[in-house]
Design a binder for this molecule. Structure first.
Ligand code: HEC
Length: 150
């Protein structure tokens, strides 16, 4: 399904409990466990950051969205006008995450949904090519025709 795309968020979180246990008194193996946890984060971080987000998102789009929205599929062609109704990048992310790919909703990783949403923002001129969509900044990216949300 995800074609080997690393779950950049899940991996460090999974390492959390081991680190928490390591704080117990006398846990001499803490440094080793911490090193593993940090290494896991670095690996996840690097592989997620090796290409610009928009590029990764375009790949997700080609693979999971294109057929329906630009091929012979049942989705209509995405337009800037259509996306404007989602008002903010955060809401567009939430829509994609909750309803797309149609009939397989929620089947991509959170990272893939972020990436593909960023690709749509860039493609339709809501954000610059070097913009990075995160879990925290989507609310501030307005999709409204005339400016930013208040
Ligand atoms: C199996 C077909 C199918 C696939 C695959 C699919 N979609 Fe859709 N999509 C639809 C349908 C059907 C709708 C609702 C009606 C419409 O707008 O065409 C829709 C609607 C949308 C909308 C709302 C469009 C608007 O103007 O309101 C967005 C955004 C969207 N899809 C994004 C995606 C993304 C991103 C992916 C890939 C991760 C994807 N879709 C994959 C079928 C699909």
């Amino acid at each position: 399904m995800s074609g080997g795309e690393p779950r950049g968020v899940a991996a460090p979180l999974a390492a959390g409990p081991a680190v928490a246990v390591a704080w117990a008194p006398g846990a001499v193996w803490f440094p080793a466990r911490a090193a593993v946890a940090v290494a896991t984060m670095l690996v996840a971080g690097c592989s997620a950051a090796d290409r610009p987000q928009g590029e990764r998102g375009e790949e997700v789009y080609q693979r999971y969205c294109y057929a329906c929205h630009e091929g012979e599929g049942i989705g209509s062609r995405l337009t800037r006008r259509g996306l404007e109704s989602y008002e903010t990048a955060e809401f567009l992310y939430a829509y994609n995450r909750s309803f797309m790919p149609y009939a397989a909703e929620g089947s991509l990783t959170d990272r893939q949904y972020l990436d593909v949403t960023a690709h749509l923002l860039q493609r339709f001129g809501f954000a610059d090519a070097d913009f990075e969509l995160t879990f925290g900044n989507g609310k501030g990216i307005s999709l409204r025709p005339g400016g930013r949300p208040e």
